[in-house]
Design a protein around this ligand. Structure first.
Ligand SMILES: C[S@@+](CC[C@H](N)C(=O)[O-])C[C@H]1O[C@@H](n2cnc3c(N)ncnc32)[C@H](O)[C@@H]1O
Length: 281
């Protein structure tokens, strides 16, 4: 039997802009779909579990949006679990992935749109208190109009690592949420990144050696019978929490998920999962 082997290799990035411009998600769409087919269930399960906990304990789920939904596999799985009255939206910057998602989805409750969450709010200043600015109000109105209302839950699964300006993404999520609504996000766990760097034979630069949670950028090459190159932005846990707080979101908890022995180096958590709530002001 042909065994499908997933491998991953990580390098520090020396010219991030040059790499980023060459590696658009539209060009990677086919390889990404193949990656998700093989590895998707592994990282989607903890998200579904956490979501069902949250819907039991904290939030009534009538409207959910998946930011950076890729080819839509999480939404299709979710549609099997959540009640029929719930509306599910998927958005992604890459039109090729949205076309693929539409093609693969036969569930009328799931809708898709092309959206760049970083571009949309990049220029609007963060606000921790006081009334919203004109720019913010205009964006909220545009979102409510485009998506026919606001959301109980915003998912951001392995998307923040593709986004340089995480504050813009958090502001977008906050604008799209109802007060009391939940943002559930995952990023690759910093220890996983380190383990992969070490196994790739990279020597850590001195400024990374003392405190491993501040890695900025890495270039990940992974493959399933082929290769997929991804430029990842990494932030320290405290930075994610601070950025969320600046955007009117309170982080309720941070969990380490996906402890699997997938690396020769041993068992390291694969993902870090954040749950944040939009404050009621
Ligand atoms: C690593 S993939 C994760 C896809 C999907 N969430 C999953 O878990 O399978 C990152 C996704 O984020 C999307 N993305 C990157 N930057 C984005 C942005 N500024 N706005 C919306 N989507 C973005 C990419 O196109 C890509 O589909």
């Amino acid at each position: 039997m042909n065994q499908i082997r997933y491998w991953t290799e990580r390098r520090f990035v020396r010219e991030p802009d040059a790499i980023a411009s060459k590696l658009g998600w539209n060009e990677k769409a086919d390889k990404w779909a193949e990656f998700v087919r093989v590895c998707g269930p592994h990282y989607v399960e903890p998200v579904l579990e956490r979501l069902s906990e949250l819907t039991r304990e904290r939030v009534t789920l009538t409207r959910l949006i998946d930011v950076g939904c890729g080819e839509g596999s999480l939404l299709r799985k979710l549609a099997k679990d959540v009640p029929g009255y719930c509306t599910l939206w998927g958005i992604d910057k890459a039109h090729r992935l949205i076309e693929m998602a539409k093609f693969l989805t036969h569930e009328p409750r799931i809708r898709y749109a092309v959206e760049d969450v970083e571009g949309a709010l990049g220029e609007v200043k963060a606000r921790t208190q006081g009334p919203p600015s004109k720019g913010e109000i205009a964006i909220r109105e545009r979102l409510a109009d485009k998506y026919e209302g606001d959301f109980d839950v915003v998912l951001c699964i392995q998307t923040l690592t593709s986004i340089a300006n995480i504050r813009a993404a958090f502001r977008w999520a906050e604008a799209a949420l109802k007060p009391g609504g939940i943002l559930l996000a995952t990023v690759t766990h910093p220890m996983r990144v380190y383990a992969e760097l070490i196994e790739s034979g990279e020597s850590l630069p001195p400024y990374q050696q003392s405190f491993p949670y501040v890695l900025r950028l890495s270039w990940q090459v992974c493959g399933i019978n082929g290769s997929l190159e991804v430029l990842n932005y990494h932030h320290a846990t405290a930075e994610y929490i601070a950025a969320a707080r600046e955007c009117n979101l309170t982080v309720l908890d941070v969990r380490e998920v996906g402890h699997k022995k997938t690396l020769p180096l041993g068992v390291v958590p694969e993902y870090m999962m954040f749950t944040a709530v939009k404050r009621r002001v």
